[in-house]
Ligand binder design. Structure first.
Ligand code: AVJ
Length: 318
């Protein structure tokens, strides 16, 4: 019972090294890209929380509605005693699960350890019977080492699976599958394909919060890699890629510019209106989710959506 110390699978040096490698590869490739993982410093996490409250951004609200409606079923179907939450965010949706499940152990996993400890401490205080074992890890790399327990439910919520391209998704879902025993399960939140206008609005809101969130990755690189990006010199772009069925966020250079990344000893040139991709957010058709999960070794136990059919929650089993 109570909280355990954070288990660090990611030393601060490793996190720095991963950032350097990503930024170096992304800024020297054609077209330039940056992975979305680095949006989430303190300010980025706050901006994301602000996004989840925007009228245009429906996914969080819809997923919460599904969880609220189905938490009891999730508890009875899985009989889960251990909850491993990958990319444990602010914890508001988590509480719906913690209230419904009869858990011994909760393992929140996140790369950002400040945020993780704060959230874990709150939960440990609110659920005194629960063992809370926070793990600072990169769930794309350290899956096999994350502690589990009997009757484990791995939750990957929010639609973050959409940040991966199909090949990465397959690798990730298979790696999660490899950690599951016959009694265990995966609870996967995924956003669904819908009207293009609504999709684009969700990623290009009227108040410009998403634009600030997008530009925040440049601030992170400035602060951590001694770079001199002028965030205001990039416009936020959100487009629907109909072929791949994903939203792309990009940053478009206003005019020609040169950026210095001190820690990488790198100078990067942007052409006028050059676009750099900073995130994909894939949207799914139910058939596609099912076939991808089956290809990764799962069988579908339950597939739920909200009443409007905007978002999905899937319970998959080995
Ligand atoms: C946290 C990855 C689920 O893709 O919708 C929100 C991130 N990006 N607005 C998403 C995000 C722009 C979000 N995920």
């Amino acid at each position: 019972m109570g909280i355990f110390e954070i288990a660090h699978f990611l030393k601060p040096e490793e996190l720095d090294e991963a950032l350097r490698a990503d930024v170096s590869a992304g800024l020297t490739s054609e077209p330039k890209t940056l992975p979305p993982k680095w949006f989430y410093d303190d300010r980025g996490s706050e901006l994301f929380t602000e996004i989840t409250r925007l009228e245009e951004y429906y996914p969080t609200r819809r997923e919460r509605a599904i969880l609220a409606a189905r938490a009891g079923e999730i508890a009875s179907v899985t009989g889960a005693r251990t909850l491993v939450e990958l990319g444990a965010g602010s914890g508001e949706k988590t509480r719906l699960l913690l209230d419904a499940l009869d858990l011994e152990t909760y393992v929140p996993v996140d790369v950002s350890d400040d945020y993780l400890l704060e959230a874990a401490e709150k939960i440990a205080a609110e659920y005194p019977e629960l063992d809370v074992r926070p793990v600072a890890a990169d769930y794309e790399r350290h899956l096999s080492r994350i502690p589990g327990g009997p009757r484990k439910l791995v939750a990957f919520l929010g639609g973050t699976v959409g940040n991966m391209v199909p090949r990465e998704r397959h690798r990730f879902l298979s790696a999660v599958r490899a950690t599951l025993g016959p009694e265990d399960g995966l609870l996967l939140g995924a956003d669904l394909v819908k009207d293009e206008k609504r999709l684009v609005r969700a990623y290009d809101d009227g108040q410009g919060v998403t634009a600030e969130f997008n530009r925040n990755v440049l601030r992170v690189i400035n602060a951590r890699l001694d770079a001199d990006f002028v965030p205001e010199a990039f416009d936020h772009v959100a487009v629907w890629n109909a072929e791949d069925e994903w939203i792309e966020m990009r940053l478009r250079s206003r005019g020609r510019q040169e950026v210095r990344v001190g820690a990488l000893d790198l100078t990067v040139r942007f052409a006028d209106a050059e676009e750099m991709r900073t995130e994909i957010s894939a949207k799914f058709r139910p058939e596609r989710l099912e076939s991808e999960l089956e290809a990764a070794g799962y069988t579908l136990a339950e597939f739920w959506t909200d009443p409007d059919g905007d978002f999905s929650l899937t319970l998959a089993r080995p």
